[in-house]
Design a protein around this ligand. Structure first.
Ligand code: FAD
Ligand code: SF4
Ligand code: SF4
Length: 471
């Protein structure tokens, strides 16, 4: 039989079809179509089956990429799905929203001369096929352990941990302050990157598996909230996956003017037919250069903003966000002002303009990123709405939960044992953004899965001790 792989020399890279920008601007639907079967097989067959696959070592989940590419290229899709889902709880989500250019695909060895294998699109194809063929089923436990774990937060870290613990037989309760589960997958990442039904489908599988969701349930202080201490009494172990939500400030005059809003306030309602923060017909200025800023630019365009300008203090090559997302935003009509930073938001009661200081690049810092300094030149940009997308810090959890024994770092992220995910409180584990700081979905999934192993180990040891009368 002819070698099915190594087709990269003759077969050029092709990405999934992107809907035309003029059409994309009108709705919040995903912009990429999935691969059809023939294209997925053809693209998977470009892989050169490296002995040391750098794609896999740069995937936070250590996905067995060359093997499932080979299976996909040879039409063995059920086996490809089985292998891919062994290491990834939500491959269809990662296939859509991982920044592949910085992870697996950015490290694909054929990338230099031949353009990488389109790993993310094939991963999405394999899992979507599995869903449509009915191969994705709830991972039911073989035996029930009669031990329960409480998880605070239903973002990707909490959900991955829940799935993994439930399949091991634990009773799993997920506590979520929002009305629906999903964390930033639902209340942050816009539908044009990840449609909401993709998340709901996973939540339904978790419910079918027996995971119990307590939605609209705050853990903290205040009316209707459950205290952390109460939660500790209810469960044998806890996993904290609360993410980071405190928006960083621009720290310039005029920040409290009406019309100056935070990125998540804007994004979490942006797709509603009548959003509280509506940019339709407005001149919008977005401050920031990360992926959240791009999401704001592109959401404002879809709401019908008159003009959307993204202001970033470094230049295009030094921005933290994905190049592809900038390109998508430009195609859709977003404008960029590089090397500019806000000096003041101007207006009486409501913002009317932004005074900007021009910046220039200085010497690179220890990470290789160029520092910036003002040139002394200024300009003014008219604005009816300013969206600040400057990143997020953690809440002060020890204060919120009145637990001084919950140790935090100087950035207020939770301290955990190295590779063990256990916090300073015995039996209480943590992962995702609340440990890493604002990060990525794929890292949150990894943390959830690894923490589940650590919790399983912890509880197995505890229950052995109990049955032996040690406790
Ligand atoms: P979260 O997803 O933040 O979930 C935490 C959950 O805990 C939330 O549902 C919250 O309501 C709940 N919670 C918090 N405190 C309490 C409490 N006291 N009681 C009850 N519930 C509580 N990453 C990517 O990989 N690709 C992308 O394209 C991408 N785009 C992004 C776009 C935006 C706008 C943002 C903000 C982030 C984006 N990210 C992206 C980052 C990614 O979303 C996060 O890294 C990831 O969601 C972190 O997962 P998590 O489970 O740790 O936390
Ligand atoms: Fe690439 Fe993300 Fe999939 Fe890993 S999980 S193979 S990094 S797309
Ligand atoms: Fe295939 Fe690229 Fe991974 Fe090599 S690095 S195994 S070519 S996907």
């Amino acid at each position: 039989m002819a070698e099915p792989m190594l087709k990269f020399v003759h077969q050029p890279q092709e990405r999934p079809v992107k809907r035309p920008a003029a059409q994309r601007r009108k709705d919040f639907g995903e912009i990429y179509e999935g691969f059809p079967l023939a294209r997925a097989e053809e693209q998977a067959a470009r892989c050169s089956q490296c002995g040391i696959p750098f794609c896999a070592s740069h995937c936070p989940l250590g996905n067995n990429i060359p093997d499932w590419l080979r299976l996909a290229a040879t039409g063995r899709l059920k086996e490809a799905y089985s292998l891919s889902s062994e290491t990834n709880s939500f491959p269809e989500i990662c296939g859509r929203i991982c920044p592949q250019d910085r992870l697996c695909e950015g490290n694909c060895v054929i990338n230099k001369d031949f353009k990488s294998v389109t790993i993310g699109a094939v991963e999405r194809f394999i899992t979507e096929t599995a869903f449509s063929e009915g191969w994705v089923q709830p991972d039911m436990p073989v035996t029930e352990k009669r031990l329960s774990v409480g998880i605070i937060g239903s973002g990707p870290a909490g959900l991955a941990c829940a799935e993994s613990l439930r399949s091991r037989g634990y009773e799993v309760h997920v506590y979520e302050r929002q009305a629906e589960a999903g964390g930033l997958l639902r209340y942050g990442i816009p539908g044009f990157k990840l449609e909401k039904h993709v998340i709901s489908r996973r939540i339904e599988l978790l419910q079918a598996q027996g995971v119990i969701f307590h939605l609209g349930q705050e853990i903290g202080a205040g009316k209707g909230a459950l205290s952390f201490d109460e939660l500790q009494k209810r469960h044998h172990s806890l996993f904290l996956a609360t993410g980071v939500y405190k928006a960083k400030q621009a720290r310039v005059p005029g920040e409290s003017l009406k019309g100056v809003v935070r990125a998540l306030e804007f994004l979490c309602e942006a797709e509603n037919p009548e959003p509280a923060l509506n940019s339709a017909g407005k001149r919008v200025v977005v401050i920031g250069g990360g992926d959240t800023a791009m999401d704001c630019v592109r959401s404002a365009i879809r709401q019908g903003a008159a003009k959307v300008t993204c202001v970033y203090r470094r230049d295009r090559s030094n921005m933290p966000g994905s190049r592809q997302e900038v390109l998508n935003a430009e195609e859709e009509g977003g404008e960029f002002m590089w090397l500019a930073a806000p000096e003041e938001f101007i207006g009486c009661d409501h913002v009317e303009s932004v005074r900007l200081k021009e910046m220039r690049l200085g010497v690179p810092d220890s990470d290789g990123r160029r520092a910036v300094e003002p040139t002394g030149q200024y300009s003014v940009l008219e604005a009816d709405m300013v969206i600040c997308a400057l990143g997020f810090d953690p809440e002060d959890l020890p204060a919120l939960w009145k637990r001084d024994d919950l140790a935090v770092t100087s950035w207020n992220t939770l301290k955990v044992t190295k590779n063990g995910y256990e916090t300073s409180i015995p039996g209480v584990f943590a992962g995702g953004d609340i440990v890493r700081g604002a990060s990525l979905v794929v890292w949150a999934i990894r943390d959830g899965r690894e923490a589940a192993k650590a919790i399983d180990h912890y509880l197995s040891t505890q229950s052995t001790q109990t049955s032996e009368g040690v406790l």
